[in-house]
Design a protein around this ligand. Structure first.
Ligand SMILES: Nc1nc2c(ncn2[C@@H]2O[C@H](COP(=O)(O)OP(=O)(O)O)[C@@H](O)[C@H]2O)c(=O)[nH]1
Ligand SMILES: [Mg+2]
Length: 210
């Protein structure tokens, strides 16, 4: 599809939730970000917004324990025309960190699953997978759960700058095979801003499906 140049402008923290009665009111479209702790979620959100300190970036995983909403405007410019759409970026807690073992073992806190299956405004969920580690069991478990629940999904393969060309091509193909979705995975580097346009266009398509 043809659209003008896309930007995310005026990003700002909106609110946090752990229960459905804390979700924002109204019908603003939501784009959610999910992945293992440390996979690069906060960095991706900051990179899309070109705002370093928006979502906290941490070397110490497992910090974010709430669903965090960021309000942003998706700006589309073509020739004389400029359109702005309000969206929420939804940063979900990372999974795969300090899981309890044995009987209490679970993929993620129940409120994450509740958000994914019941948020009326969720248009697209980005599942982030580290491009260096295409076949981690916990990511495959998350994918299976999401696919079973028919969640609209796009895979983002993170930290692409850390791989050599041949490794990168091979791992991306492996991710595409292990995590089949409507559109192929997008390789992303928050460090180099690589993949940013593809992700912005994916967001645009997800929120303009009228
Ligand atoms: N080289 C490189 N490092 C990254 C990239 N994205 C994230 N990181 C690093 O990975 C670590 C975890 O990132 P963060 O965004 O906090 O992950 P989160 O736990 O998923 O939110 C930090 O040290 C980041 O600087 C990337 O694209 N390239
Ligand atoms: Mg984070």
């Amino acid at each position: 599809m043809d659209h003008g140049s896309l930007q995310i402008i005026r990003p700002a923290y909106k609110s946090s939730a752990v229960r459905s009665d804390q979700y924002p009111q109204g019908n603003i479209p939501e784009i959610a970000f999910l992945g293992r702790s440390n996979v690069g979620k906060s960095s991706l959100i900051n990179s899309l917004c070109q705002h370093r300190g928006l979502a906290r970036v941490s070397g110490a995983p497992g910090k974010t324990q709430t669903i965090n909403y960021f309000q942003v405007l998706l700006q589309e410019k073509r020739e004389e025309e400029e359109t702005r759409r309000q969206l929420y970026f939804v940063d979900l807690p990372g999974y795969g960190y300090a899981r309890t073992g044995g009987r209490n073992r679970q993929l993620w806190s129940h409120f994450i699953g509740e958000y994914i299956t019941s948020s009326p405004n969720l248009h697209l969920l980005f599942l982030l997978v580290d491009l260096r580690h295409p076949d981690l069991p916990i990511d495959r478990e998350a994918y299976t759960w999401l696919a079973d629940n028919e969640v609209p999904l796009q895979i983002i393969a993170t930290k692409a700058d850390k791989l050599k060309k041949n490794e990168r091509v091979r791992n991306l193909a492996q991710i595409q095979k292990l995590f089949p979705t409507a559109f192929p995975p997008i390789a992303y580097s928050s460090l180099k801003q690589e993949g940013r346009n593809d992700v912005l266009h994916t967001i645009y398509e997800a929120v303009t499906d009228d």
